[in-house]
Design a protein around this ligand. Structure first.
Ligand SMILES: [Zn+2]
Length: 314
């Protein structure tokens, strides 16, 4: 009798937990593919538990050097929606997305973005950059895509990108419109705080000269009034010539460059060589961050890198 009662009790508990789990989990979680970690962070901030997010280019490779793998193509095929920056940044995606135009969203086309042309290109007027002409003469010819794609490094752009993501997710999943609006508003509040903090922290270093590994930071520099960083290479996978190296050394001396920034996605031989010869401080910058980093923390980590290296002469 007792064992019969226990069996009923088990059955009852099992049914209750099954009903509870069914109600607790979302019925449908759509699949999102994000090209790079900062795009994924913005998507996660809006989509929350309603969508699962897969990233194509993880932290170990630079998007400038990325080539799609068969597993990426499978992810793209299975996605309900895909967010990327656009052809100016992820050239490797252009062909793969030809057949997925319906579900892919190029965030560089979002309204109200602040967009800058590539620097050190034919379009660049060299104003205030007297050494640029000699440096750029040793570079490969500029890309026909003349806009700089590192748009997320300006927090105002980050907000516009999030707005576009929220609008697209609302079309995909209208039942959760209010959640997306609420999360967008919260992100906006957090970003206002992030902007104020970074501005206050970097304000003392506005006039410090620095060198970056590749010209990926003008959105951050302009958002926070940093002196334009001179880039060591225009296209990160092309090694600079001897002529350009000596131009960089002259620049370091002439413009009182305080700091030389390396990047984890690129080989550091060039940075090591320059810092040994010129004895300037070396810092580390990461424009994309790790996949688990929030968008706000990515901006904060750049702030910390800049302030640590620009703080004072070594
Ligand atoms: Zn870049």
């Amino acid at each position: 009798m007792l064992s019969l009662f226990m069996r009923f009790l088990h059955l009852f508990l099992f049914s209750v937990s099954f009903i509870f789990i069914s109600f607790a989990s979302p019925v449908w979680a759509y699949k999102v593919v994000a090209s790079i970690p900062p795009v994924a962070s913005l998507v996660r901030a809006i989509a929350g538990e309603y969508g699962s997010v897969d990233i194509l280019v993880d932290h170990s490779t630079s998007p400038h050097m990325y080539a799609l793998k068969p597993s990426d193509l499978r992810k793209i095929g299975a996605a309900d929606i895909l967010f990327w920056i656009g052809p100016a940044y992820e050239a490797f995606l252009v062909k793969a997305l030809e057949n997925h135009a319906q579900k892919s969203v190029a965030l560089m086309k979002a309204p109200h973005l602040r967009l800058y042309p590539l620097r050190f290109s034919d379009e660049h007027d060299h104003a205030g950059c007297h050494d640029c002409a000699s440096i750029s003469s040793s570079l490969p010819s500029p890309s026909s895509l003349s806009l700089d794609g590192h748009i997320w490094l300006d927090p105002d752009n980050g907000m516009q990108m999030a707005q576009e993501i929220a609008a697209r997710l609302t079309i995909l999943d209208p039942d959760h419109r209010q959640d997306y609006e609420r999360r967008l508003q919260k992100l906006k509040e957090r970003l206002e705080y992030v902007k104020m903090e970074i501005q206050a922290t970097l304000q003392p270093y506005e006039n410090q000269g620095f060198l970056v590994f590749h010209d990926g930071y003008q959105y951050f520099e302009k958002a926070f009034h940093l002196k334009a960083g001179q880039a060591m290479t225009l296209i990160p996978d092309v090694a600079p010539s001897a002529k350009r190296l000596s131009a960089l050394k002259r620049l370091i001396q002439k413009r009182n460059v305080q700091c030389l920034f390396a990047e984890s996605q690129f080989p550091s031989r060039l940075v090591k060589m320059l810092s040994e010869e010129t004895k300037i401080k070396v810092g580390m910058l990461d424009p994309v961050g790790t996949p688990d980093l929030s968008y706000e923390d990515l901006l904060f980590s750049l702030m910390k890198s800049f302030s640590a290296c620009l703080k004072e002469k070594s």
